[in-house]
Design a protein around this ligand. Structure first.
Ligand code: 5GP
Ligand code: ZN
Length: 125
């Protein structure tokens, strides 16, 4: 079901990340503006594990279009800012977007994982 949240952002009431955007579910928010929210992953896989999401409900990367170019550029600008703020810019970090079942996506609201603070293995399992 589509509801209108604060500032006219569309919210899907069954979506856990939309409910985090609406502050119906608490989260440790590290960055917020009109279009983007970043918060700590509840089950961190690294010393720094943040999730960045567009406030607008987009289920997967496949839902993006060319019209989202500005949003994506902004998301990556926020990723750079958060990486610097968390001291990850010197040693590096990983940004991951899991897509669909085979990609390991469990929450169907587009999100960018920002992982760092330890040496990460490659390839993923
Ligand atoms: P995915 O597997 O879809 O790429 O990533 C979903 C991520 O969301 C997982 O890393 C999981 O720990 C995180 N997550 C799921 N539910 C919640 C929640 O309610 N709060 C927070 N902060 N993270 C969550
Ligand atoms: Zn959502």
């Amino acid at each position: 079901m589509l509801l209108l949240g604060e500032g006219g952002v569309s919210i899907v009431s069954e979506c856990i990340f939309c409910r985090i955007v609406a502050k119906e579910i608490p989260s440790e928010i590290v960055y917020e503006d009109d279009t983007v929210l970043a918060f700590k992953d509840i089950n961190p896989q690294a010393p720094v594990h943040l999730l960045l999401i567009p406030k607008r409900h987009i289920p997967t990367l496949l839902g993006l279009t060319e019209a989202d170019g500005e949003l994506l550029a902004h998301i990556y600008a926020v990723i750079r800012q958060l990486a610097r703020e968390h001291g990850l810019d010197e040693k590096g970090f990983r940004t991951v977007v899991n897509t669909g079942d085979d990609g390991g996506q469990t929450v169907y609201h587009l999100h960018f994982h920002l992982l760092g603070g330890r040496s990460l293995q490659w390839p993923p399992g």
